[in-house]
Design a protein around this ligand. Structure first.
Ligand code: FE2
Length: 379
């Protein structure tokens, strides 16, 4: 069963008085990585992000280093430890490189903390103020699935390059952007029978509403299955689909993730572009590997989705998938895992009206993932 609620109607579902956690957008996504300097080079050279800010030994930070990578509205923070012990090391040791923080931009970080804690959130960071010559920022944080956390960032009294403690970076080495604009959605993988618990967390603790749900009949192939629900905040700017594994004849791709990530965590970030053909062409030229579907997908796809603005030939050549819902269509493609562990990957998405998530592509896509699992011996 799936019910699609366009974001503009969400506000009617969550009346303003009840939107106790107004979110302005994603502030940044922080990954804990083994080698931030080299990861920064990958995100810059392959993905077209630029390094805009930095914190480390040169800024007085002794135990860790962070590079802030930006492309349009997308901000990634890559953090590595400089010492043998501590939370960052523990996180990398357990999970490999992965997302630690999904930071949310708010007007009032203290109220965001109080309202979510009152509704049952587990505290990660009590509200605190940090200052430098560019002003002050208030932070607070709560735990979500696995070891992932949400940090609320109130930055209305700050005009520095990123956050207090960071220095701006403007190196001569620049790469061409790849047309990535903003984070469309971020997907979490959780363990067996945990999807409803985490959807309830987003509903009850954070005031989100459920947009869509897919069961194992929607998302199953001959061998493997998963279940998924999409949670959205009141203004529709933040969308968090949550997946859990489902029983199939062989191992679910979600179970493979949980095995290698050693628990629940962020499975993929979907990055929006206005021109997916151009974006994916550049990314492929720079060595990013995408999942491919059989050529036969393109023989029938237009029967399924109807007329589209783009020529089919470049979509087929690049392996871009197409789906349609009541409001329009979308173009999407998924990378292979970006790490040695088969854990996190990226989706590139261009929406042309459609507000859904590509349900019509699930079967072709999961069969592509299973071919990869087969090669890894993890199916
Ligand atoms: Fe997605």
């Amino acid at each position: 069963m799936s019910t699609n609620i366009p974001p503009q109607n969400l506000e009617k579902i969550i009346p303003e008085a009840e939107d106790f956690l107004p979110l302005l957008g994603t502030d940044y996504v922080e990954l804990y990585v083994g080698n931030a300097k080299q990861a920064a080079y990958y995100y810059q050279t392959a993905w077209g992000f630029q390094i805009v800010a930095y914190a480390g030994l040169e800024t007085g930070r002794k135990d860790s280093v962070s590079y802030v990578m930006q492309q349009d509205k997308i901000r990634l923070v890559l953090t590595s430890p400089l010492q043998p012990d501590g939370d960052i090391n523990d996180h990398i040791n357990a999970h490999g490189d992965g997302v630690k923080v999904i930071a949310l931009w708010v007007d009032d970080a203290t109220k965001s903390y109080e309202e979510t804690i009152k509704r049952g959130a587990k505290s990660y960071l009590e509200p605190k103020v940090e200052k430098d010559k560019n002003g002050s920022v208030i932070f607070s944080g709560i735990h979500t699935y696995g070891e992932t956390v949400h940090i609320f960032v109130e930055r209305k009294n700050y005009n520095g390059s990123f956050l207090p403690g960071y220095m701006p970076v403007n190196k001569p080495y620049k790469t061409e952007p790849t047309g990535l604009k903003f984070i469309d959605h971020m997907v979490g993988n959780v363990g067996w029978n945990e999807m409803n618990k985490w959807c309830e967390f987003y509903a009850k603790v954070m005031g989100f509403a459920q947009l869509v749900s897919f069961d194992d009949k929607d998302i199953s192939t001959e061998y493997t299955a998963l279940m998924s629900k999409v949670m959205s905040n009141g203004n529709g700017r933040i969308k968090f689909p949550i997946n859990e594994p489902a029983e199939g004849r062989k191992k679910s791709q979600i179970e493979e993730y949980i095995d290698f990530y050693n628990g629940a965590g962020v499975q993929h970030m979907a990055l929006a572009t206005d021109n997916i053909i151009e974006t994916v062409s550049i990314l492929q030229n720079r060595g990013i590997e995408f999942l491919t579907v059989p050529a036969s997908y393109y023989e029938t796809v237009l029967d399924r989705v109807g007329e589209i603005d783009e020529d089919l030939a470049p979509l087929k050549e690049l392996g871009i998938l197409i789906d349609r819902d009541d409001e329009g269509y979308l173009l999407q493609i998924f990378t292979k895992p970006i790490l040695d562990r088969p854990t996190m990957f990226f989706e590139i998405i261009q929406r042309k009206g459609a507000q859904s998530f590509g349900k019509g592509n699930f079967k072709a896509l999961f069969e592509a993932i299973e071919r990869e699992q087969q090669q890894r011996g993890t199916l």
